[in-house]
Design a binder for this molecule. Structure first.
Ligand SMILES: O=C(O)CCC(=O)C(=O)O
Length: 233
């Protein structure tokens, strides 16, 4: 555990292999199918985003609010134990969501730091990104600049991308940091700090790349008014 913590503090992102077993994955897939079939049609517009084709789902937001399955999943004891040292306190789930990245239609995500959206001080917030499908080099893995979380929340600007309204205002500082792309087997996960710069490419392959995300903040975190104003302006 100490290694994991050290690595997280140094890189701002870690890969956790085999977080979920086959049985748990099967349950989640069933719950996602049910949610898409039964819950999605009744959701308010702000709680989902469709891809440009109008047919496939890009994102589902605030799933814990609509389906107890996802609320219970976010409160799993082993997951909270994994997260607590990384957020320096008791983890509070901020949201359960998906980035579906469907085959052929999955759109890209512009480079950003999550704290441009979360506006948290201190930035003790992270995302647990769980692979539901295989994540390969070609179907749009999430890519990170390791160590980029050590330099604070950088200015962002409107991106024009539905579901990811903000992107880094300046170009990607690729020369300064090592790039890491999170290829994963189903059931593996990534944990990324809310100030780690990351992005993902469109999915042009025949294979869907669904990620189930659970965002946690340390109980002690508060809203940063300066970041909040930048986000809302
Ligand atoms: O799943 C993706 O492609 C992007 C995920 C992301 O941007 C995030 O976790 O903030």
């Amino acid at each position: 555990m100490e290694d994991r913590l050290e690595q997280y503090r140094r890189d701002g992102v870690i890969r956790v292999e085999g977080l979920l077993g086959q049985e748990q994955l099967a349950e989640i897939r069933t719950a996602l199918e049910r949610y898409t079939r039964e819950t999605l049609p009744g959701l308010p517009q702000q709680d989902f985003v469709m891809e440009k084709d109008g047919l496939s789902v890009r994102n589902l937001w605030r799933m814990e609010h609509y389906d107890p399955f996802f609320k219970i999943l976010s409160q799993r004891e082993d997951i909270l134990e994994l997260i607590a040292p990384l957020v320096n306190g008791r983890p509070v789930c901020k949201g359960v969501e998906t980035f579906n990245k469907p085959a052929k239609a999955g759109s890209g995500v512009p480079p950003h730091q999550d704290n441009a959206y979360f506006c948290s001080a201190p930035p003790d917030v992270l995302t647990l990104w769980i692979a539901i499908d295989p994540v390969t080099e070609t179907n749009g893995p999430v890519c990170y600049l390791k160590g980029s979380h050590t330099n604070g929340t950088q200015p962002h600007k409107k991106s024009g991308v539905a579901g990811n309204s903000m992107g880094l205002a300046s170009s990607l500082p690729k020369a300064e940091y090592e790039e890491f792309c999170g290829t994963l087997n189903p059931g593996d996960a990534l944990l990324h700090h809310c100030e780690t710069i990351h992005w993902s490419a469109p999915n042009k392959t025949e294979n869907s790349r669904c990620g189930l995300l659970m965002v946690y903040r340390g109980e002690h975190t508060e809203n940063d008014p300066v970041l909040k104003e930048a986000y809302e302006s």
